[in-house]
Design a protein around this ligand. Structure first.
Ligand code: HAM
Length: 423
């Protein structure tokens, strides 16, 4: 019997995993500069958290969750995203009581959605996300957006498009909602069955429909921007002002509707403009969710964040031909000849590794030539050659693979030699 990996998942193997590590380290470093602290929440939560938090009418809750009953009959769901869990933890662990506010958190971890797998769309994917809870300052909106743009920029992406919109506060949204219902209702039977359900549940989501996107009523639908009250308008203007002050260019797209229900005020997405990038161009999505904490039983707390998947980030890097500066080189490979030398190499290797060097040797009794080849494959900066003859004289031959220079040194000097000569 043979097994295959489940559809929509992937094994990340050595050779590829270094890119993931590089991206994750860059994200962690950026978070520490912006003072976001890591939070690790469980991979699964009670289903209710997502149906309430993400929203009953969303595709995620209706079609995409991995939900099962545990042995006690409780409904459990593999997390489809990180915001609901983060806010759940913020409420449950009373992080709002911490004197230092806003609470700025980030996460990197697998998320699960039962979607149709295709390029850039997986059933298990890794999101890097940040959430800032407890501040209603538009400067935080600009900060969150700038951190995402900064990550992409630091990694070398250039063809990016930032699109922002405002979904307004509750009053603005209610007025817009009514206008949308009035706009679509007379001809709703021309729309797909999902949209027919959305009309009363969440008419905003009709604007995001992939099936009906070319229907003539779509382009003439009332824009949220016409319904923003003064407060929401001023807020949105301030966010734009801060983005401009940070040198971040953006487009306002009044049709930008995010696929999750918790958003209000600022909503944004970052897309790749790169030629050759697949059909799914959204790299990152986020926005403000001021009602979410209350929705799941917590105190009234404003919040904003984003999430992006490493998978799509890697596709964008590939589409733009960006090579990450990853080195697989090791410091020293020991080539041995003879049994005594082989034994001595075991402790030399141990000493080198203890001293902080990346070092390797052969474990397959290979001939010398094959050992040199292995040193090449490891990209060794130095090759240390030890034969029984050398061992008798207590010396070792060290070859600098960059310069080709070779010298014989006392075995005891190997570590200090490497320290002196490796940069
Ligand atoms: P989202 O738009 O559902 O938002 O997902 C955010 C990002 O996750 C997407 O832009 C994409 O990079 C990635 N993503 C989503 N689904 C897949 C998939 N099937 N395969 C690969 N990548 C995927 C959220 O999840 C919100 N929690 C974001 C947020 C945080 N809003 C506020 N705070």
């Amino acid at each position: 019997m043979s097994f295959q990996i489940p559809r929509g998942t992937q094994d990340i193997l050595p050779g590829e995993v270094e890119k993931w590590q590089y991206i994750e380290n860059t994200a962690r470093d950026l978070c520490s500069r912006y003072q976001y602290k890591e939070i690790r929440t469980p991979i699964f939560e009670h289903t209710e958290l997502f149906s309430r938090g993400v929203g009953e009418s969303t595709d995620i809750v209706q079609k995409e969750m991995y939900t099962f009953q545990d042995r006690k009959g409780r409904s459990i769901t593999l997390r489809p995203e990180g915001t609901a869990s983060t806010v759940r933890s913020f409420v449950e662990k009373k992080l709002y009581a911490n004197p230092s506010q806003p609470t700025k958190l980030y996460y990197i971890g697998p998320m699960f959605r039962y979607e149709r797998p295709q390029t850039g769309r997986f059933r298990q994917f890794v999101q890097f996300g940040i959430e800032a809870l407890g501040s209603n300052d538009p400067a935080i909106d600009a900060e969150v957006i700038s951190l995402a743009m900064n990550l992409y920029g630091t990694l070398g992406l250039k063809s990016l498009k930032l699109v922002i919109n405002s979904l307004g506060d509750t009053a603005s949204r209610t007025a817009h909602r009514e206008a949308l219902i009035a706009h679509f209702e007379p001809r709703i039977n021309e729309f797909c069955s999902d949209c027919q359900n959305r009309l009363q549940q969440n008419p905003l989501r009709i604007l995001d429909c992939k099936i009906d996107r070319d229907h003539e009523l779509m382009s003439s639908a009332p824009s949220i921007l016409e319904f923003l009250n003064e407060e929401s308008k001023t807020y949105f203007e301030k966010v734009q002002q801060y983005l401009t002050a940070n040198g971040i260019s953006f487009e306002v797209d009044q049709n930008l509707v995010r696929g999750l229900d918790y958003y209000n005020h600022t909503a944004f997405e970052i897309m790749s403009d790169a030629k050759g990038f697949g059909a799914i161009t959204t790299l990152c999505g986020g926005g403000r969710y001021n009602g979410l904490s209350q929705e799941i039983g917590g105190p009234e707390t404003p919040g904003i964040g984003f999430a992006l998947s490493i998978e799509r980030l890697l596709s964008a890097l590939e589409a733009e031909g960006v090579e990450l500066p990853i080195s697989s080189a090791i410091d020293c490979y020991i080539v041995t000849m003879g049994d005594q030398a082989k034994d001595r190499a075991v402790s030399l290797l141990y000493d080198m590794r203890n001293a902080g060097f990346k070092a390797e040797k052969d474990y397959e009794d290979k001939k010398m030539k094959a050992q040199f080849k292995a040193a090449d494959r490891h990209n060794a900066k130095f090759v240390a050659v030890l034969g029984d003859d050398e061992l008798e004289k207590n010396v070792i031959a060290v070859k600098n693979m960059d310069t080709g220079e070779q010298e014989e040194i006392g075995i005891d000097r190997l570590i200090s030699y490497l320290k002196q000569n490796s940069k």
